[in-house]
Design a binder for this molecule. Structure first.
Ligand SMILES: Cc1cc2nc3c(=O)[nH]c(=O)nc-3n(C[C@H](O)[C@H](O)[C@H](O)COP(=O)(O)OP(=O)(O)OC[C@H]3O[C@@H](n4cnc5c(N)ncnc54)[C@H](O)[C@@H]3O)c2cc1C
Length: 574
């Protein structure tokens, strides 16, 4: 089926919905493989950062400094300054849209502490995270979705992106599979905004929902768009042991602490100033160092998150959801018992490169691809550099979702409708037909995915080294070969999850390649990319962004400079 729109937004999480709201005046479609309120934004717990200064002195400049330092200086500083300045306004916009934030006694939006957010350029933790209990993302998503309904945004729910159309140097639409019917749809448009989220499912232990398979990253990559800084993947320190389900950093923001098997508050040794509120890359690494030193609980590979001293009242009022998770999934009560935790794959700092207006840029000098935009976790602006601070993703998705939407709204008013390539749906059909009509006996997607996730966890997670990464690259080669022979059992057209999950696996494999190749090349340690064989940050050679291009038979890496405006790289002490 053929559709024509001015703009198409792919993804209905915080970034996609925020973009779509800016495009109300033009003919816009939002396509989403999930029903919008099932998007991962809805699981975000702890908060959204903005220097409102409701409880204590704070400024966007301090926020920008923390963001740059938190990202280990491979952050584009102009973009970080834009985000931190606009954060304030966008939070008030959400409030006016109906978001039920927690309040101070005098009725202002309440704010709490979060890792790496400090007062006066690193002096001490500051209250910067605006929140709605520990379900901030849920409230953002509901607020934006209701605004979308109010403004009659046109949703195509349960439509799965298969291909991005680029013709004669312009983006001219997307091709998607309607999950309910198996029908292939061509969306012809002047602009496309990719807002399809992250790819935590590349790892075995992850906080990310099943749908986070990086489709909105892999699809443009296959069409020649480079991917930026893919080697930087964040592990959040406090996932439920063995399950990876997230326990928000707000638990520590509210005063929770980490304890090793000896009952020591070990973060005091590593980060004397911020202690348990040091940035996530550091805390995750410290947990693993403790485990290696034999200080895990009962000699095992986990430590404790302890919130008992906060008392039942505070826990129930400010951390109700995560308390529930722990009771449900572990059968223990955080009010009376410490909670076993381990680092969990959480957030993609890398993604589709964009400028501050969300325009996708395809080379080292920032040349935009006309009509193509990206925002949210699938994009790399880059405001998070090598490590994102907690609460900075929710602000990123709404600030840059809004900027991308506004720019695209202006663009489509001036641009004409570009022509489609001949047979625009051919590549999408080929992918689907190969699976639906191929042999029914062959490799199983489940087996390939499990091997991928286990190997990525083992060799490309918190600690990395050359020999492991090399071995992993070989394994990925084998998994790609196996994927060529993958067979699906379900031949039906309606709700064929066998088909969509296999397509998603293809995306994860392509993404894993770029993570591993980028990580091998980067012979230094910075932020979340920790090379045991190169334990120092190397600004002389590596203060630069990676761009990974898909080439026949492999990946070509290029590099582009980091924009530095105010904050000269310093040693990162907390
Ligand atoms: C458990 C958890 C807690 C978090 N807590 C916080 C927090 O407290 N503060 C914070 O700042 N950050 C937090 N984060 C991170 C933050 O929530 C995410 O980075 C952010 O919400 C991503 O938003 P998004 O709009 O980019 O993508 P998402 O909300 O993930 O939405 C992606 C959208 O893309 C669509 N999509 C994907 N693939 C396709 C396809 N093939 N075809 C069509 N549509 C597609 C999906 O249907 C979905 O609508 C948390 C993350 C997790 C996992």
């Amino acid at each position: 089926m053929y559709h024509r729109f001015d703009a198409v937004v792919v993804g209905a999480g915080g970034a996609g919905l925020m973009a779509a709201l800016q495009l109300r005046a033009v003919n816009t479609a939002v396509i989403s493989k999930l029903y919008p309120v099932r998007s991962h934004t809805g699981t975000a717990q702890g908060g959204i950062a903005a220097a409102l200064a409701n409880l204590e002195e704070d400024y966007p400049e301090w926020h920008a400094f923390d963001t740059v330092k938190g990202g280990d200086y491979v952050v584009d500083q102009a973009a970080a300054e834009t985000m931190c300045a606009e954060a304030v306004d966008v939070v008030y916009e959400l409030e006016r849209g109906g978001l039920p934030f927690n309040r101070t006694p005098d009725g202002k939006i309440d704010q709490r502490r979060f890792g790496g957010h400090t007062r006066n350029f690193g002096e001490a933790p500051v209250r910067r995270a605006c929140y709605a209990a520990d379900r901030t993302g849920h409230m953002i998503l509901q607020t934006l979705f209701q605004q979308g309904i109010k403004h009659q945004v046109r949703f195509f729910n349960e439509f799965h992106l298969l291909d991005l159309l680029i013709h004669e140097g312009r983006c001219c639409g997307v091709v998607a599979l309607e999950i309910a019917t198996g029908e292939i749809h061509v969306f012809h448009s002047k602009a496309v905004i990719l807002a399809a989220g992250g790819y935590g499912r590349a790892y075995k232990i992850t906080s990310n929902a099943h749908a986070l398979t990086g489709d909105g990253v892999a699809v443009p990559y296959r069409r020649g768009v480079p991917l930026e800084d893919m080697e930087f993947y964040q592990f959040h320190p406090t996932g439920i042991y063995k399950m990876g389900i997230l326990l928000t950093e707000a638990a520590r923001g509210e005063g929770g602490i980490l304890l090793n098997g000896k009952g020591e508050r070990f973060m005091e040794r590593y980060a004397p100033k911020l202690v348990d509120l040091a940035p996530r890359d550091m805390v995750s690494r410290c947990i693993l160092l403790e485990v290696r030193a034999g200080n895990g609980v009962e000699g095992k590979d986990y430590v404790y998150l302890d919130v008992r001293h906060l008392g039942k009242e505070v826990i129930d009022a400010k951390l109700p959801d995560i308390t529930d998770f722990v009771r449900t999934y572990m059968g223990i009560d955080p009010v009376t018992q410490p909670v076993p935790i381990q680092p969990t794959a959480h957030y993609a700092m890398g993604g589709v490169p964009t400028d501050v207006d969300g325009r996708v840029v395809v080379d080292e000098s920032g040349t935009p691809l006309p009509g193509l935009y990206a925002a949210g976790e699938c994009a790399c602006v880059s405001v998070h550099g090598a490590n994102r601070l907690g609460t900075n993703s929710l602000v990123d998705i709404v600030v840059f979702g809004r900027r991308a939407g506004r720019h695209a709204a202006r663009f489509v008013q001036e641009a004409d409708l570009p022509p489609l390539p001949p047979h625009p749906d051919a590549f999408a059909r080929e992918q689907v037909d190969k699976l639906l009509r191929g042999p029914q006996q062959g490799e199983r997607a489940v087996a390939i995915r499990e091997k991928l996730q286990a190997e990525m966890m083992d060799k490309a997670s918190v600690m990395r080294q050359e020999s492991d990464l090399k071995a992993l690259q070989r394994t990925l080669g084998e998994l790609h070969e196996a994927y060529e022979r993958v067979a699906i059992q379900d031949r039906g057209l309606r709700f064929n999850t066998d088909l969509t999950e296999t397509l998603e696996l293809g995306c994860l494999l392509d993404i894993a390649d770029t993570i591993v190749v980028g990580a091998q090349a980067r012979t230094e340690s910075r932020g979340a990319h920790w090379r045991e064989d190169y334990p120092k940050r190397d600004d002389a050679n590596w203060l630069k962004h990676t761009l990974a291009y898909r080439r026949d038979g492999g990946i070509e890496l290029r590099y582009k400079p980091v924009s530095i405006t105010r904050f000269q790289p310093q040693e990162r002490k907390y």
